[in-house]
Write a protein that binds this ligand. Structure first.
Ligand code: 5GP
Length: 235
């Protein structure tokens, strides 16, 4: 008997294994924030996150960044390369917002003189704590691997910051996740969407991302739709 392959269900996505080193990443309509303490459902959110991620992975691939993206497989599904994921969140910041303003005496909206990279250990039960290179080494992730993830993260930042600026949007900060593919290469995985990035309208500074849900700043789907329209020109 063929053993059924295990489906992994996270807070916002389902991972469905396929043959041949590929998986389907299905985006759900669920929204969670504050380590899962705040929850809601938004019809259409999964569609926007899948389509926006596909668009942005395409932009990055075109400019030479290796990602797990293979193609779109339906409304809220992407086909991606199977990766062995690092238990890390790599955050890049261009502008002060979110947890940075709580940690340092900096005002929200201040442009940073150069991008900041932060590493977090991905574990909701511990509140995704911030870690450094020494902690990463203890977790079995070498200095070389961390440097490679940081190099790719800065390249992603350069490409996307410009891409969004051309569309009247400030890329404030974002979170990336990486994994190793079957050939042992470090590849950008997960998603790049308004769930994992902060986007501000350059003129009004209005949030076009999950902060709308986190801090009750209006209608989440209208914000995601506005972002999608700016990226694709489609209604
Ligand atoms: P902050 O540390 O300010 O809360 O988050 C920085 C950036 O990383 C934001 O764009 C935020 O959306 C993203 N981010 C950080 N941690 C997580 C997480 O656990 N889940 C998601 N979806 N995004 C995160």
């Amino acid at each position: 008997m063929v053993k059924p392959m295990q489906v992994y269900e996270g807070k916002a996505k389902k991972i469905i294994p396929l043959d041949g080193g590929k998986v389907i990443m299905e985006f759900k309509d669920n929204a969670t924030a504050f380590d899962g303490k705040k929850k809601a459902q938004f019809k259409g959110k999964g569609w926007f996150n899948a389509q926006i991620s596909a668009t942005l992975f395409g932009v990055l691939e075109e400019r030479g960044v290796k990602t797990h993206f293979i193609g779109v497989a339906g409304d809220n599904r992407l086909i991606v390369e199977k990766l062995d994921m690092y238990p890390l969140e790599v955050v890049v910041r261009n502008v002060v917002a979110g947890s940075l303003k709580k940690r340092l005496p900096l005002e929200e909206g201040t442009k940073l003189p150069e991008p900041i990279i932060e590493l977090y250990y991905k574990d909701d039960s511990k509140g995704d704590p911030m870690i450094n290179h020494y902690h990463a080494k203890i977790l079995g992730i070498s200095e070389g691997e961390i440097r490679e993830m940081e190099r790719i993260a800065l390249k992603v930042n350069e490409i996307l910051r410009e891409y969004f600026a051309e569309r009247g949007i400030i890329l404030v900060d974002f979170k990336l996740e990486f994994g190793k593919n079957g050939r042992g290469e470090i590849v950008l995985g997960d998603e790049i969407s308004p769930d994992t990035c902060r986007f501000w309208d350059a003129r009004t500074r209005k949030s076009l991302d999950k902060d709308v849900f986190r801090f009750d700043r209006g209608d989440l789907i209208s914000a995601y739709e506005e972002l999608y329209k700016r990226l694709t020109g489609e209604a």
